[in-house]
Design a protein around this ligand. Structure first.
Ligand code: ZN
Length: 480
């Protein structure tokens, strides 16, 4: 296959233009930052923007109050702003409640977040589901703070009933086969994760609208986790028909291309991606499906089981600047994003070539794979098969978001070992949180704990402990 040549000059210019406009905006899972960002994307090509009111129940979750922020700072006793939201919106823990008070250094310190391992970077932290406030600063800056000063702390934010905003557009084909392209709009000034995904999403939508496609392509832009769960709950019937798709994220870094496989690993989506890379003669680093990724865990949950792949150029969790202030416009490059755009477009063109006969064969093969489980194996069924359960309301999740898989923040692992009293936690290949998510993800009444253990490489006794805890929390039931 020859590469479909995009007009590289004009697309690179367009990407740069969008980067500049969108990067400074303080986005979150709700609020005016998302609205403003989507309205900028809408100028490239039209799509629908929808709002879901706060308090709406979406499976196990509830749309939170809307958060907006205008300013935030910390001033020292001389009145000098030493932390300033206007200079970098990562300085404020996303979803911080308003505050205006004087504090000692000791009092303030418990609300400061730093990355000791990356002393010149500001970390990205969130507190969506616990009312709290905080500031993020570089460790260098933290060390310079006067321990004897009094500090004026101000966060000018609001958290009240409003809406969750998301975008969608469906390109209708006539084959009766449907695929999705989903991305997330909730990260503030972070470039690769995930401003690059937003930009790719709109460019791909624009391009595919101009082509007559056989298949249907559903484009969704939502805040991560709550947005995809809300979308699935509102579009349950339609989403059951989706054959597969992609999460667009982290697509403009300087590294090599990588591919995070679907939960099946050898689905049609996986095969099409590998075939496309071979045809384009591009190197590809492949990753297994991982439960602590983006929204693929929601789309692929026991009820929906939509296989979702992700092609990255510097995948989240893997690049050094992930979730820090160094994931900025100096890290990404419009040319890299243009390359990824070309890969995704080629993937779609390969999807377009699949005959209906091949689809039937594929679906047949898939249904034959379901094996009856052996009576010897302990098997569980999720009582919450619609997306991930909300773990924080059951005290099973760290409330401070943003730091999962970040090297400098391993405290959550210790936290879980204590909570569950798992003394052998050190031998785990991941955290207990991962184990909870995996057990919930695979427990569909068919796959046994032994199968799950083999699949994810966690010891069976750990999974047994986890399953027991989840049964007590009414999230799982044992099949007898
Ligand atoms: Zn992220």
């Amino acid at each position: 296959m020859t590469m479909e040549k995009y007009d590289s000059q004009s697309i690179v210019k367009e990407i740069d233009n969008l980067f500049e406009q969108l990067f400074p905006i303080c986005r979150s899972i709700t609020g005016n930052g998302v609205r403003k960002s989507l309205s900028i994307l809408k100028k490239i090509t039209d799509f629908q923007i929808n709002e879901i009111p706060s308090g709406t129940i979406c499976y196990d979750w509830k749309v939170p109050n809307e958060w907006n922020i205008t300013d935030a700072y910390v001033k020292d006793s001389s009145g000098k702003k030493i932390i300033d939201f206007q200079k970098n919106n990562l300085h404020v823990v996303n979803y911080s409640v308003p505050i205006d008070t004087m504090l000692t250094f000791e009092e303030l310190e418990t609300h400061l977040h730093v990355l000791k391992d990356y002393p010149d970077s500001i970390p990205y932290r969130t507190t969506y589901y616990k009312e709290d406030w905080g500031f993020c600063i570089s460790y260098e800056q933290f060390k310079k703070m006067d321990k004897n000063s009094k500090y004026h702390v101000k966060i000018d934010s609001t958290l009240k009933p409003g809406n969750l905003t998301y975008g969608e557009y469906v390109i209708e084909g006539n084959s009766g086969k449907e695929f999705i392209f989903s991305t997330y709009c909730c990260h503030p000034s972070l470039a690769n994760d995930n401003l690059s995904g937003l930009v790719l999403w709109i460019l791909l939508l624009h391009k595919l609208k101009s082509v007559k496609t056989n298949h249907t392509y559903r484009f969704i832009v939502v805040p991560e986790t709550i947005g995809s769960i809300a979308y699935l709950s509102l579009n349950e019937k339609m989403m059951k028909n989706v054959l597969g798709g992609f999460i667009l994220t982290c697509v403009a870094g300087p590294g090599k291309f990588s591919y995070k496989q679907t939960f099946l690993g050898d689905d049609l989506i996986d095969n099409i991606v590998r075939k496309t890379f071979t045809e384009l003669e591009l190197d590809l680093k492949q990753y297994n499906f991982d439960i602590t990724g983006s929204d693929e865990g929601q789309y692929s949950c026991p009820y929906f089981r939509i296989p979702i792949g992700t092609i990255c150029k510097d995948k989240y969790h893997e690049f050094e600047y992930y979730h820090t202030s160094k994931d900025n416009l100096d890290f990404v490059d419009a040319n890299y994003l243009a390359e990824t755009f070309n890969v995704y477009y080629s993937v779609v063109m390969n999807l377009e070539k699949i005959s209906l006969m091949d689809f039937e064969n594929h679906l047949q093969k898939k249904s034959n794979l379901k094996k009856p489980n052996s009576k010897m194996d302990e098997t569980y069924r999720s009582l919450n098969p619609y997306c991930a359960p909300m773990l924080s309301k059951r005290n099973l999740y760290p409330t401070l978001g943003g730091k999962i898989k970040q090297k400098a923040a391993n405290s959550s692992t210790e936290h879980f070992e204590q909570k569950f009293n798992i003394t052998d936690g050190k031998s785990l290949s991941g955290t207990e949180l991962d184990a909870i998510l995996w057990v919930m993800f695979y427990s569909d009444g068919q796959m046994s704990l032994f199968d799950i253990s083999k699949k994810i490489g966690f010891p069976l006794n750990i999974l047994r402990n986890i399953a027991e805890i989840l049964c007590k929390k009414n999230l799982l039931e044992k099949i007898t």
